[in-house]
Design a protein. Sequence first.
Length: 101
Amino acid sequence: MNTFEKIYEVVKNIPKGKVATYGQVAILAGNPRWARVVGYALHVNPDTSTIPCHRVVNREGRVAPNFAFGSGEVQRQLLEAEGVFFEPDGRIDLKKYCIKI
């Protein structure tokens, strides 16, 4: 399995209504230094119907401004549709919504 495939497998396992950070995905994919690689992999996501890259946020709980499906607003809408609540400052409460590793 190549690096991107490892990342995609991790992202496939993030449940609806939850998020993971780029760093968490990197750790779970096998290398804690891959956070930027996670971003690259998700930007070229080959199968958005099975790889829910909208569930990956930055370490501050913010969505990506250049989200793979369009703008960060699209990512926010997808997460809100799954029940993820955003704080007034635009962040997600990671203590509440982030997966545990």
